[in-house]
Design a protein around this ligand. Structure first.
Ligand SMILES: Nc1nc2c(ncn2[C@@H]2O[C@H](COP(=O)(O)OP(=O)(O)OP(=O)(O)O)[C@@H](O)[C@H]2O)c(=O)[nH]1
Ligand SMILES: [Mg+2]
Length: 293
């Protein structure tokens, strides 16, 4: 068996989760156009006949504005270390201060690192070489690959670069028939959170969390019943999430249910309630209650 443990790291919103899903050909991690979508580490597992690659998707680096943000940064920092290889994702443009800070952390770790310069679909071809040169001046990366995770461009090259660096191991890290370490229950809650992030604007989505209070298969196997609490920070946010005559909540629940059904491969009954927990993102107990880091 050949294996590798790979941390996917980078600034928030650069496309780490999009890349993970593209590498696996399966949706494990949620994605949105809002920063700070991924809140905790999630393992995505690539399995083939005699190879296993365990990818860690991690929260993106950003300047934290509350205790939840600080906790997410801790998770991101811890994931640079204790792995075989780093996969640093950055947008294909001149490195900013956050990227430089991440490069310093990569250097301090002493770990090999592949740099994926993402979103090249938004960049002129002639500008790519300049960005590569900027980055190679910062650090001697083991490989630099321009990609578009969204358009699946260059993703195979990244995978090949990682496959080349897998090493003999007596055992696999994870079961060879599962694509993630997370439960269906957890993934269902995350999909509800994704729909909140995608449908809501401004500060409302960032203050939400999803707590799955019931996840139960009907005895005849025909249906899975899922009850979730959507947590938000303010009474006014609750009104926005529910929407006029409940239309927003209905839209969110319908979109989430459809995707959870695809994930589970069976029918789902999904019930969403909205609860207010003032300023929960600064309350350690509530942060731990609503997140599995
Ligand atoms: N144009 C373009 N957009 C992309 C590409 N890859 C990702 N995106 C978009 O970038 C946004 C962020 O993607 P995510 O995968 O959630 O980014 P992330 O790095 O995981 O973000 P956090 O979890 O918040 O740290 C989404 O709107 C994606 O659709 C790409 O190759 N091209
Ligand atoms: Mg993410």
């Amino acid at each position: 068996m050949k294996t590798a443990f790979v941390s996917i790291i980078g600034r928030t919103n650069v496309g780490k989760s999009t890349l993970l899903n593209a590498l696996l050909g399966e949706k494990i991690s949620i994605i949105s156009d809002k920063p700070q979508t991924t809140r905790s580490r999630i393992v995505g597992v690539y399995n083939s006949d005699d190879v296993q690659i365990a990818f860690l998707d991690t929260p993106g680096f950003h300047r934290p504005e509350n205790k939840l943000g600080s906790r997410m940064i801790e998770v991101a920092e811890e994931s640079i270390g204790d792995v075989d290889l780093l996969l640093f994702v950055a947008e294909c443009r001149a490195p900013g201060s956050t990227e430089r800070e991440i490069v310093r952390r990569i250097q301090a770790s002493g770990l090999p690192c592949i740099l994926a310069l993402n979103k090249i679909d938004k960049v002129r071809k002639e500008d790519i070489l300049k960005v590569i040169s900027d980055y190679t001046q910062l650090h001697e990366f083991d490989s630099v690959v321009p990609i578009s995770a969204l358009q699946q461009d260059g993703v195979k090259i990244v995978l090949d670069e990682i496959l080349r660096r897998t090493e003999e191991s007596p055992v696999a890290y994870y079961p060879t028939d599962a694509a993630t370490d997370r439960s269906e229950r957890y993934l269902a809650g995350e999909l509800v959170r994704e729909k909140l992030l995608r449908n809501l604007r401004d500060e409302v989505p960032h203050g939400t969390a999803v707590e799955t209070v019931l996840f139960r298969d009907r005895e005849d196997g025909s249906l899975t019943e899922i009850f979730v609490n959507i947590i938000c920070e303010k009474e006014s946010h609750k009104g926005i999430i529910i929407g006029k005559q409940g239309t927003m909540l209905k839209k969110i629940a319908t979109e989430a249910r459809s995707e959870i059904e695809n994930l589970l491969g069976r029918k789902v009954y999904l019930e969403c309630r909205v609860k207010v927990r003032e300023d929960w993102r600064n309350n350690e107990n509530l942060i731990n209650e609503y997140n599995e880091f």
